[in-house]
Design a protein around this ligand. Structure first.
Ligand SMILES: [Fe+2]
Length: 270
């Protein structure tokens, strides 16, 4: 179930969102909390990817009459921010969560599968990050050889397959001690915050806030950030940055129509 704001295409496609496990399972064991939180984190990444795929084709490139350099600059910044968000998520998993789960469960290699799945898309994310940070607006291409779509298409299926599969892996952790697993998750939140830097307030945080649909399914409160954060991003860290027009939700997690669409593209041609 999704809460798209209108009948127009939105960030719940082409890659489908993950159903929160707590919607169809009931269990006081912490594996369910972990799987549900992870589903929300993964849906943030999927909405960001979908928002790019849905809107980038409607941003005019430099050979088009309605070309607007700033729109391309903003799109590139948005895509770069999304790659940083994906990287940060997987960095926390690889450097802390996976190792802790293997250690506490006493099963080395238990998380080998998601680790190897990371490798299947990591190079593609790197290429996209390099393209988004080094490409000049006049040179930007969405379609065609060497364009951004080609880079995204090279890894998007691997990435989303992994984002779906990891939820099943976590749902298989019921054999672990519930409290120990819960502690790993609590610590992971601290690791994620400590590994953060001030720069992330200008790119990763606005991307996460704008891709976290708080009305999704049961209105789950994700991400676990202080109440003041949306205000800080709106009025300070994200203020004046047109890249955030590409976000599919407002700063408070309310879905909104995509800013760049078939109608906006044809209107700007007039
Ligand atoms: Fe994950």
């Amino acid at each position: 179930m999704t809460t798209k704001p209108s009948d127009a295409p939105w960030a719940d496609e082409p890659f489908g969102l993950i159903t929160t496990p707590s919607m169809y399972l009931t269990d006081s064991h912490s594996y369910l909390r972990l799987a549900s939180d992870m589903a929300h984190a993964h849906n943030v990444l999927i909405r960001g990817l979908n928002a790019i795929l849905q809107q980038a084709p409607h941003v005019a490139v430099s050979t088009k009459k309605n070309y607007n350099k700033q729109d391309i600059k903003d799109l590139l910044f948005y895509v770069h921010s999304w790659t940083k968000t994906v990287d940060h998520h997987h960095w926390v998993e690889e450097t802390f969560i996976f190792g802790e789960i293997e250690k506490v469960s006493g099963k080395p290699g238990l998380m080998a599968e998601p680790k190897s799945q990371h490798e299947a898309f990591h190079g593609g994310i790197e290429r996209l990050s390099a393209y988004a940070s080094a490409t000049k607006p006049d040179e930007f291409q969405w379609e065609g050889p060497g364009g951004m779509k080609e880079i995204i298409d090279s890894f998007s299926q691997h990435l989303t397959d992994h984002l779906y599969a990891e939820i099943d892996t976590i749902l298989g952790l019921k054999f672990m001690d519930s409290q120990a697993l819960n502690n790993i998750w609590d610590q992971a939140e601290k690791v994620a915050q400590q590994a953060g830097n001030l720069g992330m307030l200008y790119d990763v945080f606005p991307c996460v806030l704008g891709c976290a649909d708080k009305t999704y399914e049961v209105g789950y409160q994700f991400p676990p950030l202080p109440w003041i954060m949306p205000y800080l991003v709106k009025y300070w860290f994200g203020a004046g940055n047109g890249a955030w027009r590409f976000n599919p939700c407002d700063w408070w997690g309310k879905p909104r129509p995509l800013a760049f669409n078939a109608q906006s593209a044809s209107a700007s041609m007039l």
